[in-house]
Design a protein around this ligand. Structure first.
Ligand SMILES: [Zn+2]
Length: 391
């Protein structure tokens, strides 16, 4: 279902077949958390070449509920999205909810119990239930339920979460096989399944977790937990180390990564799949990615930096965003754009940049017009997709 087409050191290009179609790797998935990309319709997404996207099991389970999505014929039909969809396990949201407010739920060795923040009703998430929900959503790719503690937990707590992640992964995989048989799903129609490597910032725990997960068998493995340290620096050594723990024939999913330069770094380490809210969330707040020229040429020079230059690159990555090579971000709300009648990004041909000036977009944000969010989201997503195509 996944084959590598070409490889240069750790960086690789491949082809992935899912039941909804083929995907070139590496690829970026916009987050359609609640079954939608905020303020964008299907035509908007197709016009900029969006393919695979991520939906969120936890949010869809709470609203509109899995029964309704099953009645609609699955999440693809409900959204009218003909391309691949990946659902996460729902664990990250439930764990974040409980870590932020322990009164809202409890994590035991067997399951997570939590209260819906929507209406206070009590719910239970087990590894089996997470897999059943994802089969009911009828996605192309699913993720096993893992235990994701904050990185700053003491090591023994992280170790306990790794043990739980491994046990839950075994239960998820067993339930996955059971559901395939029960639903009579043939091999060419089966959803792909991913495990998630936990272990915080501890290399020994990451290694142990990966080795135990590989014994279970997956289509791919993901990087769990945060990828920035407490100072906000991207932990590229940890991402490189973890990529090397994953077998060549597995897909490597860098969950939640990231900024454009983090994605480029991770691709150089051999990661294949990315998802992040940055392009759309930043866009809705008026922060716009601007190319500093043709993406393909500047990215080629960025990627060619020698590896012994790594520390220098790491330092430059922590510098303010506008110091990197191939793009800058502007805040269109800034007063200086009020009378700037130039195109938003002269190197972009999206709906926003073809039709409107910076001054007009500034005005749309100033009067809180929903069109502003739509146009900015279209532009930022196209920037990300063009970036992936250039790479
Ligand atoms: Zn544009």
């Amino acid at each position: 279902m996944f084959g590598i087409i070409s490889q240069e050191k750790n960086k690789r290009r491949g082809l992935l077949a899912t039941k909804s179609g083929e995907i070139n790797t590496p690829f970026f998935m916009p987050d359609a958390t609640r079954g939608l990309v905020k303020s964008l319709g299907k035509d908007d997404l197709e016009s900029i070449g969006v393919g695979p996207m991520v939906v969120n099991t936890y949010h869809l389970y709470l609203e509109p509920g899995v029964d309704l999505i099953r009645k609609a014929g699955g999440i693809n039909k409900f959204m009218n999205w003909p391309y691949s969809l990946l659902s996460d396990s729902g664990g990250y949201q439930v764990f974040s909810l409980i870590h932020k407010n322990p009164k809202l739920g409890k994590i035991t060795s067997d399951k997570v119990v939590f209260r819906s923040p929507l209406n206070g009703t009590l719910h239970e998430l087990t590894p089996e239930k997470s897999i059943q929900i994802q089969f009911d959503l009828d996605v192309d790719m699913m993720v096993a339920l893992d235990d994701c503690p904050p990185n700053n937990y003491p090591k023994e707590k992280i170790k306990a979460s790794v043990e739980r992640t491994i046990k839950w992964a075994q239960r998820c995989k067993a339930e996955y096989e059971k559901q395939l048989a029960k639903r009579n799903i043939k091999d060419d129609r089966r959803p792909l399944i991913f495990g998630v490597i936990q272990g915080g910032e501890h290399l020994d725990l990451r290694k142990y977790c990966a080795e135990e997960l590989i014994k279970i068998g997956w289509d791919g493995l993901g990087f769990g937990a945060r990828h920035h340290d407490e100072k906000g620096n991207f932990m590229e050594d940890l991402l490189e180390f973890t990529a090397n723990l994953i077998p060549q024939n597995y897909l490597r999913f860098a969950l939640g990564v990231g900024t454009p330069q983090d994605i480029i770094r991770c691709i150089n380490f051999g990661w294949d799949m990315f998802d992040c809210v940055i392009p759309t969330r930043e866009g809705r707040h008026g922060r716009i990615f601007i190319r500093k020229g043709e993406l393909s040429s500047v990215i080629a020079s960025e990627a060619k930096q020698p590896l012994n230059n790594k520390k220098e690159i790491a330092t430059s990555l922590t510098a303010p965003r506008n110091d990197n090579l191939f793009y800058e971000t502007i805040n269109i709300n800034n007063e200086k754009f009020k009378t700037d009648f130039t195109p938003v990004d002269k190197n972009c041909d999206c709906e926003l940049c073809r039709s409107y000036s910076r001054a007009y977009l500034h005005h749309l944000f100033a009067v809180e017009e929903p069109l502003a969010m739509r146009l900015a989201s279209i532009h930022n997503l196209k920037f990300y997709l063009d970036l992936m195509r250039s790479i």
